[in-house]
Write a protein that binds this ligand. Sequence first.
Ligand code: XIL
Length: 490
Amino acid sequence: MTETRHRTGRVRRSLGLLLTSALTAAGLLVTASPAQAESTLRELAAQKGGRHFGTALTVNPLNSDSQYRSIAAAQFSAVTHENEMKWESLEPQRGQYNWAPADSIINFAKANNQIVRGHTLVWHSQLPSWLNNGGFNGTQLRSLMENHIEVVAGRYRGDLYAWDVVNEAFNEDGTFRNSIWYQGMGRNYIEYAFRKAHEVDPNAKLYINDYNIEGINAKSNGLYNLVVDLLNRGVPIHGIGIQSHLIVGQVPSTFQQNIQRFADLGLDVAITELDIRMQMPANSAKLQQQANDYKTVVNACLAVSRCIGITVWGIDDERSWVPYTFSGEGAPLLYDGQYNRKPAWYAVYEALGGNDDPGGSDPGGSDPGGSDPGGSDPGGSDPGGPSGPCDVDYVVVNDWGNGFQGAIYIRNTGSSPINNWTLQFSLPNVYLNNGWNGDWTQNGSQFTVRAPSWNPTIQPGQRAELGFVAGKNGNVSAPNQFTLNGNVCS
Ligand code: XIL
């Protein structure tokens, strides 16, 4: 795993002030109260070996609430449909499909360069009543199940990063849940489902997903034994989804060990539905404990290289499923109902490696969506490279929606002068209008700035201050990496 630490995009209040005075003096400041860029959770996770940091989305707020949309786009690199891809949502009447809600979430994800986890093909719950109460026999159930996989996975072939092929197949004691699928086909339904899904969408990662399998216990042992058996028989299974609907103060101590044992089978592991609920009302002690618990979970994942990502089950406490499901409990997510960041948000930010002082809220305003996705690497992988004696800070000075003013500070952290420097970075969805204190060129999303002839050297301990104004088309994140004369800056 490559980990290149850098400070790009993080908030630096002191620098912001310096910048304000410098630009005011130069007559270049557009606003007196600069909005500053900072690392997002998705950027930080990407810097941790290309991991994703995802959320569950649901169509209503997505279509009507711009703050929800903008946090969803800015902070998360993976998306799961909270309900829209479940069988009862897709095929409420037999043969009548309702694709629009599922599609709109996929379109949002594409527009924001997010991967999609397909949730879920075969489950005992949220089945349409025509199916649940249809009195079908085993042969009929197999054909209904395989047909469903063919239709649904076929429709979204190539659009999804992964499928939760089978969801919640186990009882707490590690035996198989007595679902209609188990009743009809015995344990073989799991194998049938994976084989069919692989046939239909051969590039999707195929997961089995469950809850209360975070620690090593009877249920996760049952799953482990099943998976070993599936692998031995060549069944195409690629990942374990650990839902992680947890309770404050009760993160299992064997979480990391358990992730590791599944990873050691050659499987990916993803934390797929993380939330950590508490008895209401919340208070600061519980919120602090919750922050610690989130940190423990993030650290458990980061400690295992095949733990490839974390998805939280929703954005904010008010829209969470928890209060509707667990009587008297709530407040399980990273944002409160007004989209304020909770202590848990900061704990995740820090656990993912963010160490500047982020602001108290997400920048509002820009309503994402509508742009074309950039590359195909949703995690924004970190190519690494030799590290140089330089430190770069990136600040958004002002953002007016379809354009913005940025500043870049290059500090020489070495002991000799840096002459005739060339700075390079990538900034998708951005169109340069004008840059200063360097010779700016743009080639697609690649930017190159060369030292100006009148000031070609950065002395040790000194810094160069660059500025630019650009238009944008879609969501813009701080560059993942800066190189100076080919060396990666911190
Ligand atoms: C939940 C949704 O969040 C609710 O809105 C819905 O009413 C019930 O299902 N395990 C899963 C998810 O795999 O699909 C569930 O989602 C939460 C538990």
